[in-house]
Design a binder for this molecule. Structure first.
Ligand code: ADP
Ligand code: ADP
Length: 229
């Protein structure tokens, strides 16, 4: 339930310039893994290959021992909940934005997801109350709140795998910590892969993969990485 494996994955946008170089790693079900490294290291490329935004060129990616190119796009979308860097909201209520695509979800389930993502103000406070639409009566949603709306959607969907790409998100570190902590409480029952850009936000990851120039140059827990250097 949610195992991820990369086996000797190579990837290039242009043949003459390899981006991912023989990348191999395993994430066990329920494990929380963070990928860190400088901008341009290939973190987002890795993430996009996992949810098949790009097709695999070389090597293998397996989810629960199934090669992803043999899994339908639909089951892949059901298996992976992606919290993207930038979430597009509809000109509708926060409730509808969270419940979008899940007509079967009970209202109390949607509200629970909203609370778990620390978006309570949209349930309780006026004028940002339940009936206010995005952009109406001055309802403004910050970048951090947009990401939390994406998290609430994922909570509602309950996929076995969470993929949180915060690689280039321009969140301040307090907002980022708050988002990751709502993600962490959620992640207990899921496998999660977090593309992070600050080591301080992922201290409790089971495994940290440090990438540079398309390769994993170090791996271990936060504590192990500290004692290595
Ligand atoms: P990171 O997420 O670690 O910042 P990326 O995976 O976004 O790294 O990028 C890795 C390298 O691939 C960078 O040099 C980037 O410019 C390049 N790259 C990313 N996306 C594309 C693309 N669509 N076409 C060509 N090059 C790309
Ligand atoms: P991200 O915010 O995911 O790191 P970037 O800001 O690097 O993305 O790039 C934004 C978009 O441009 C992405 O779709 C990415 O794939 C693409 N891109 C990134 N680098 C390059 C590049 N060197 N050549 C072409 N497209 C690129």
């Amino acid at each position: 339930e949610g195992a991820i494996e990369f086996r000797n994955v190579n990837f290039a946008y242009h043949a003459e310039r390899p981006i991912l170089k023989n990348l191999s790693f395993k994430v066990n079900p329920g494990e929380k893994v963070a990928v860190v490294g400088p901008s341009g290291a290939g973190k987002s490329t890795l993430a996009r290959l996992l949810f098949r935004f790009y097709d695999l060129q070389n090597g293998e990616i397996l989810i629960d021992n199934q090669p992803i190119n043999r899994v339908s796009q639909l089951s892949l979308r059901q298996a992976i909940g992606v919290v993207p860097q930038d979430t597009v909201l509809f000109n509708d209520t926060i409730f509808s934005n969270v419940a979008y695509g899940r007509p079967e979800a009970a209202p109390e389930e949607v509200n629970t997801a909203i609370r778990m993502a620390n978006l309570d103000r949209f349930i309780e406070a006026l004028p940002e109350g339940p009936d206010t639409r995005v952009g109406e009566r001055g309802l403004k949603v910050s970048g951090g709140e947009k990401q939390r709306i994406a998290i609430a959607r994922v909570i509602l969907k309950k996929p076995p795998i969470l993929l949180f790409d915060e690689a280039t998100s321009a969140l301040d570190s307090a907002t980022e910590k708050a988002i990751l902590s709502s993600l962490n409480s959620l992640a207990k029952n899921h496998t999660s892969l977090v593309i992070a850009h600050r080591l301080s936000t992922i201290i409790d990851a089971d495994q940290i993969l440090v990438m540079d120039s398309g390769e994993i140059i170090e791996r271990g827990t936060h504590q192990q990485l500290l004692t290595m250097n």
